[in-house]
Design a protein. Sequence first.
Length: 104
Amino acid sequence: MTHIEEMTDSLKLLSDKSRLTILTLLKEGELCVCDIVALLETTQPNVSQHLKKLKTGGLINETKRRQWVYYSLNVEDKPYIKEILAQLPSMKDRVDSLKGQSCD
């Protein structure tokens, strides 16, 4: 796949509001799937479908710990995505609002 095709595929993933919001949340650090569900105020199956697309597109990493799955950004090799994410508003306050709440 050429570089322009990879960029096109990655940018298509960002055209969805939920996926773009997930990436913006992950700018603040690794999050459990249950945290993403709570922050997006949607269903777990809906979030899982978006996460699957982002993972398949190579934009996020997945780590399993016990029964929970945690996600983090994987854009170090995609400076054009990093630049877009840098322009988005911070969601630190929203992510911080989950502190003390656990998926366990």
